[in-house]
Design a protein around this ligand. Sequence first.
Ligand code: PMP
Length: 323
Amino acid sequence: NHTSDGGRWSNARIEAYGPISLDPAASVLHYGQEIFEGLKAYRHADGTVWTFRPEANAERFNASARRLALPELPVEAFVTSLKELVAADRAWVPSGDGEALYLRPFMIATEAFLGVRPAREVSYRLIASPAGNYFGGELKPVSIWLATKYARAGRGGTGEAKCGGNYAASLAAQLEAEENGCQQVLFLDPFNDNAVEELGGMNVFFVMADGTVVTPALNGNILHGITRASVIQLLKDRGLKVEERKFTLDEWRRAAENGQLREVFACGTAAVITPIGLLKTTEGDIASPALPQESLTLSIREQLLGIQTGAVADQHGWLTRLA
Ligand code: PMP
């Protein structure tokens, strides 16, 4: 817990999982002053448990905290909370193929009042749950739905922060996606030539026929995905040219039509890397070419998942041992 009275964190403890009690006037319930993170802990072949770049999640958590006027949590305290919870019962961490313990740190405003201002009392908590493969076992290309009626974020808004409000704003679009047989929704920036931003919970990459890989530049709206940053690094390690730039829906459509587009994939902690087979839109669908036998999508996925699960050497020092 944290009170701005002295600005201190106190009362760190592990307690049995169960409902928490909040005052009905707790400001998180009314004004959505809340942030969260998502990480996975994998059990390696020798039984030890590791997570991927937790300092990056801690730093993003603090960037979200600043945007939502919440207190920052020292990076070390964030990482220690992960270690202590996992160490409390390592048996939690599944050992099946691609299975992990999903870790969900979050911070909520608990002070009870009915005015609009930052709360002076907040609570940081961490819960965890075993998680399988996000889109089911086999890795087949997913279909995504283009949101045109709804935006997830806008200039100066909270798009870059990992806060509940962004996800609340995307739910109606997600529902629309599901009604149209799609698993995820794609958001554009309608005020910037329909530049591609991101999916509801993943960043997106385009592999062009000349070998260049394009991903939307961080523009203040999209989440600074940790998988995104890691994929960029792994692509550069392979000597590939990566362009972080504006990539519009028009350019996507043209590239698909004239054979310049080779692969499209999305990435994030939950699903790691998933090929995108189809973008469904009310103005005509954009199909990705069939995934080639030796696709960059699958090879990067294997490498990244390999690092996370301990099967591939961690050359960048991305792993932190939790237990
Ligand atoms: N964009 C959004 C909106 C997300 O919710 C996520 C998942 N955290 C991502 C991108 C991917 O980020 P990461 O690679 O850090 O999981």
